[in-house]
Write a protein that binds this ligand. Structure first.
Ligand SMILES: *Cc1c(COP(=O)(O)O)cnc(C)c1O
Length: 413
């Protein structure tokens, strides 16, 4: 009979909440005491979301910022801003979050999956191959805290005249060559959901330097017409259909309290991550996900790459038994294209099968079952994601190393 191994106690992986304090408390109280929960007006109007937008824009150095209720809605409103829809392809990596691909399908466009490389983000060579005259947008995802190779992606995109929307949900506060994620593409989106680097539980953000894209995203996020100077412009040239996806003032106030903490949260995770990685050293059969610029890594995850996929699976199981927060990547739920049943089965929210059945999409529809991306499948088989909690003591890092060591030994067999 095998006995259960000793489990280490780690803080949960939710980065932002570990930094909740008096600032977040006061933020919520301020909104409640002023009875000002709505972002566009009120008796004692606080304009928290307005202020958050200005602060977020200043931090990134971008001209226009639109707060929304979630990053899922930020994606949907951004796609609407670009006018993406039936007859168009949107390129996205096969390792993502379901919200990313879901926004594409719900826009009416057809997702085109591209391979990842050993960075576990878009492989620029495959991106180059998959752009067609139907490509309406490229949607790179900065997965697991690390920026994707934006200079390469932007070069390919510009050469082909295709706009780029960055999904920064998992990498708020990350940089590449000193440049912040969310400042490379024509537009970018962020999330303040609880698993992300800063959080109000829910919330999202859209950023751009393009006034027209901004006004369209603003219109799409709420009424279908943009708010300008605190008023909805009823007779707007941008009139379309809105999602009612406003950010709440309580959420905005909490994100405002978190934003000044972002650099500390990210630096703390990054330091823990690289101390742990260094502590583990080089070992036979194991390498690490490629990170082009470790100084700009936002730090919430390690990805261990095993030469042997069987060993990766055993390691993840053994790591979990010992209290590591880890997942063999094929089991990483709705982050993996072939795990998204609605994608593989080309499901619809509508009874007529739209958008797969739309005539303009007929020549664009493709297969999304496992095997569609062989290089990605192999990388996922070899990979194990390990969360790096945002407030580890050196003692906890030591326990992390010891648990890794044991799981690694057992997995080696
Ligand atoms: C979390 C996440 C989203 C969605 O964010 P929500 O705020 O939860 O809607 C989108 N894309 C990626 C890559 C994510 O990780």
């Amino acid at each position: 009979m095998s006995t259960e191994p000793k489990r280490i106690e780690l803080p949960r992986e939710f980065p932002g909440v570990h930094y909740y304090g008096v600032e977040e408390e006061q933020a919520v109280l301020r909104v409640i005491r002023q009875r000002s929960p709505f972002r566009y007006y009120g008796a004692n109007f606080l304009a928290e979301a307005d202020s958050l937008e200005k602060e977020f824009a200043a931090r990134l150095g971008r001209k226009y910022v639109q707060a929304v209720s979630s990053c899922t809605n930020a994606l949907a409103c951004s796609l609407a801003a670009f006018g993406v829809g039936p007859g168009q392809e949107v390129i996205v990596p096969g390792f993502f979050w379901v919200a990313t691909v879901g926004a594409i399908v719900r826009s009416g466009a057809i997702p085109v999956l591209v391979e990842i490389d050993d960075s576990y983000t878009i492989d620029p060579a495959d991106l180059q191959r998959k752009i067609t005259d139907k490509t309406g947008l490229i949607l790179p995802v900065h997965m697991c805290g690390v920026p994707t190779n934006m200079p390469a992606i932007m070069e390919i995109a510009r050469a082909r005249g295709v706009p780029v929307l960055e999904d920064c949900a998992q990498a708020n506060g990350a940089t590449l060559g000193g440049k912040q994620v969310g400042t490379f593409g024509e537009m970018a989106v962020f999330s303040f959901q609880m698993n992300k680097n800063i959080t109000a539980g829910e919330g999202g953000m859209i950023v751009t330097d393009d006034e027209k894209l901004y006004l369209r995203a603003n219109a799409a996020h709420d009424l279908g017409v943009p708010w300008v100077g605190g008023q909805p412009v009823q007779d707007s040239e941008y009139a379309m259909w809105g999602a009612g996806a406003r950010m709440s003032e309580i959420g905005a106030a909490v994100v405002r309290a978190q934003l000044p903490k972002l650099d500390t949260i990210v630096a703390t995770m990054r330091k823990s991550k690289y101390r742990i990685r260094q502590g583990l050293g080089d070992r036979d059969g194991l390498s690490w996900r490629r990170v082009d610029d470790p100084a700009g890594d936002s730090g919430p995850f390690l990805i261990a790459m095993f030469d042997d996929p069987g060993q990766a699976a055993r390691f993840a199981a053994e790591g979990k038994r010992r209290g590591l927060i880890c997942s063999h990547l094929p089991d990483y739920g709705l982050h993996v294209y072939y795990n998204v049943k609605a994608l593989v089965q080309r499901r619809s929210n509508a009874s007529d099968g739209w958008p797969w059945t739309h005539p303009a999409n007929a020549p664009l529809v493709r297969d999304y079952a496992k095997g569609a991306l062989p290089q990605t499948d192999a990388l996922l088989d070899r990979g194990v994601a390990l969360a790096v909690p945002s407030k580890l003591t050196l003692g906890q890092e030591g326990a992390y190393l010891a648990a890794f060591e044991e799981a690694f030994k057992v997995a080696q067999g």
